[in-house]
Design a protein around this ligand. Structure first.
Ligand SMILES: *Cc1c(COP(=O)(O)O)cnc(C)c1O
Length: 428
């Protein structure tokens, strides 16, 4: 193959996709285009931008050149056709569902999800008339049984909560395809370095950029990736995509934009009208973070496996849930979907129950006790005394947040220091 035809590898795309030296200044790093608006060339140019006849910048709520670098980079890493960056992972989920669902519609979601997503689906989304139906990823047929004529999408996480569990994406994607509905995968815990859900049938990938893509715990952001795989016109079920839009002189977005129509619809309808735009400064920090994603993610995995092995033999630990551990319930799925490692996050059961959880989060020194994952720093939380404290004991256990459970997000420090800190915290 001639050099010009080479497809760049993942590590190269993480650094270069979407970016080039600034044409006016030569700046090698992507500038932060900190502007609200953009000057039109002339009246005709302005009219063509507003009519969607030309691509270009109008107003940073709808698009920004610094955000565009991030969008192109994540689309390239996931193998999608286009992407839309927004203000948070939760905003990405709102925009996706608002583009797909009308009031009274349903979607099927895995019940093993980030706690914030469970809340968003059960409460905020229900108030919009978007009705979640829960399915069990350990029983794939429960997804098929949950589908009704009103179902507009299936939603799962690749590596899922509680930490260290892996979802069997391929058969769930096949169920979505058979039902003629898009398959949405939240790939936050894996990142495209560990798993590319589009290869297993995902039509839409969403991320909280706040976690591993940004990677440094310094910026909130979210992104929607369009795989370009779904036929929005086939069953006429998605009016935002397959019906003439009165906002744009009767354009049908799927006809006009083909295999990136979903990303366009999310931008020119969802983001334009609902408004959760990402700031260019956050886009800059997150794109910079992505440059080292492959190095960080591999170190997260290597450290996490060493910690999981250490903890699984520790006298004060009852169990460890981490898919890459030999013998783990999810080990077969982990080998298929995340062969480089099961990410940074794991859950651990302590023999001493609630008191032991409280003691461990108080004793650790290197770990930070907080509600986040995917930082370079090692993080710990005891859900029963924090994020899940309002639930009954039974509800806590059902959510994987029993009194004995702690969740760890293993950072990229020296693994000997991480292990020593946990050991002194468990014994102290
Ligand atoms: C954090 C997180 C979200 C929400 O993202 P925010 O950026 O906090 O809004 C969604 N899904 C998963 C898996 C997450 O970890």
């Amino acid at each position: 193959m001639a050099d010009a035809e080479r497809t760049p590898g993942f590590d190269t795309l993480a650094i270069h996709a979407g970016a080039k030296p600034d044409p006016t200044t030569g700046a090698r790093a992507t500038p932060i285009y900190q502007t609200a608006s953009y000057v039109f060339d002339d009246v005709d140019h302005a009219a063509s931008l507003f009519g969607l006849q030309a691509f270009g910048n109008i107003y940073t709520r709808i698009g920004n050149p610094t955000c565009a670098v991030l969008e192109e980079r994540v689309a390239a890493l996931e193998g999608g056709t286009a992407a839309l960056a927004v203000a948070s992972g939760h905003a990405a989920q709102v925009i996706v569902m608002q583009t797909l669902l009308m009031p009274g519609d349903e979607f099927v979601a895995s019940k093993k999800l980030y706690g914030g997503s469970i809340n968003q689906f059960n409460h905020a989304f229900k108030s919009f008339g978007w009705n979640v139906v829960w399915a069990d990823p350990d029983d794939i047929s429960s997804f098929e049984r949950a589908i009704t004529p009103k179902t507009k999408a299936i939603f799962v996480e690749s590596i899922a909560n509680p930490g260290g569990t892996v979802t069997d994406l391929e058969p769930i994607g096949a169920i979505a395809r058979k039902a003629g509905i898009p398959f949405i995968v939240d790939n936050t815990l894996a990142s495209p370095y560990l798993c590319k859900p589009i290869e297993y049938g995902a039509d839409i990938v969403v991320h909280s950029l706040t976690k591993f893509l940004g990677g440094h715990g310094n910026s909130i952001g979210g992104i929607i990736v369009d795989a370009g795989t779904f036929n929005w016109s086939r069953d006429k079920k998605y009016p935002m995509l397959c019906e003439p839009r009165p906002e744009y002189a009767g354009i049908v977005l799927h006809e006009t934009f083909g295999n990136f129509a979903f990303a366009i619809a999310c931008r020119v309808l969802g983001l334009r009208d609902l408004g959760p735009a990402l700031s260019p400064f956050n886009a800059f920090l997150i794109s910079t973070g992505i440059e080292t994603l492959p190095l960080r993610m591999q170190r997260h995995c290597d450290n996490a496996l060493a910690v999981a092995e250490f903890l699984s033999k520790h006298p004060n630990v009852a169990w460890v849930s981490y898919g890459s551990l030999p013998g783990d319930k999810y080990n077969t799925l982990a080998k298929k979907y995340v062969p480089k490692g099961c990410g940074a996050v794991m859950t651990v059961g302590l023999k001493g129950g609630y008191e032991a959880g409280v003691k461990l989060v108080s004793n650790v020194k290197l770990f930070s006790h907080l509600a986040n994952i995917g930082d370079t720093k090692s993080l710990i939380i005891h859900p029963a005394s924090t994020t899940h404290r309002q639930l009954s004991d039974q509800q806590k256990i059902a959510a994987g947040a029993g009194p004995d459970v702690v969740r760890l997000s293993i950072g990229i420090e020296d693994k000997a220091d991480i292990i020593a800190d946990l050991d002194q915290g468990l014994r102290g």
